[in-house]
Design a protein around this ligand. Sequence first.
Ligand code: NDP
Length: 267
Amino acid sequence: MSGKTLAGRKALITGGARGIGAGIAQRLAEAGAAVMIGDILADLGRQTADALARHGVKTGFVALDVTDDAQWENAVAATVATLGGYDILVNNAGIEITSLVADIQAADLRRMCEVNVVGVGLGMKHAFRAMRPGGPAGAGGAVVNISSVAATIAFPAIAGYSATKSAVDRLTRIAAMEAGKLGYGIRVNCVYPGLIPTEMGLQLATDIVANGLAADIESAVGSVIGQTPLGRLADVAEVADAVAFLCSNDARFITGAGVPVDGGMGM
Ligand code: NDP
């Protein structure tokens, strides 16, 4: 898919400072959207937004810890003020803390629930309030939540993370149901990316070795590739393309769906 399929659209991307979020921001901008970067990494977030601005993209940065209700309110207001509207939310921010089940730490599990589940729930709440008829943006829109192939398979040492990403899947479907039935004019979908060598992806491979599940990083990555019919890792641009499609009018009758971008790993 190419062309200005998102011309005139206004998007907020959480965790947009780097990694998959930064790739999604770039892709949506290439498709014509104005893009607000929300992240807890202020310096890097500003740099990412500045890099887009240098290419003529209408953009901005807002400090956003997705676990904080008040910061969401501020981020939505800043998006509407800076971009002149708000009709795309990409709930991308997420964390992964690797652990065998026998070693689970309550604090780690709670932190993943806070960022990956509470963060997505609050993001959709504030998007619905802003985008639905009568809201400060009020023109409907599209939400895409970043789940993971981890929501669709059993992979050792990521039980807690997988549980939170399965929760993202359920949040997506029920939000889509409510938004449709209540006439919000908002579609809600999610994607399940396969392993990508971002900071998070590389850390996971390192942790798999540390937990005694692979001899070295090469074999940890090799075992993922071995479980992937298309025979390689995913690429940020491939996830970003799927997100851009789901946000666009080409996906106008798609809601409550989960799209794997995993080379078949989760089939
Ligand atoms: P990165 O860690 O590279 O980037 C995530 C970004 O989100 C970072 O800038 C991070 O900041 C930020 N962030 C973390 N916590 C918060 C918070 N509370 N509020 C706002 N921003 C926050 O991860 P990826 O780009 O790899 O992952 C992006 C999404 O894709 C995540 O939801 C992840 O679960 C999912 N995913 C990743 C896969 C992979 O293999 N990489 C595979 C499948 C799904 P900081 O660095 O300070 O934490």
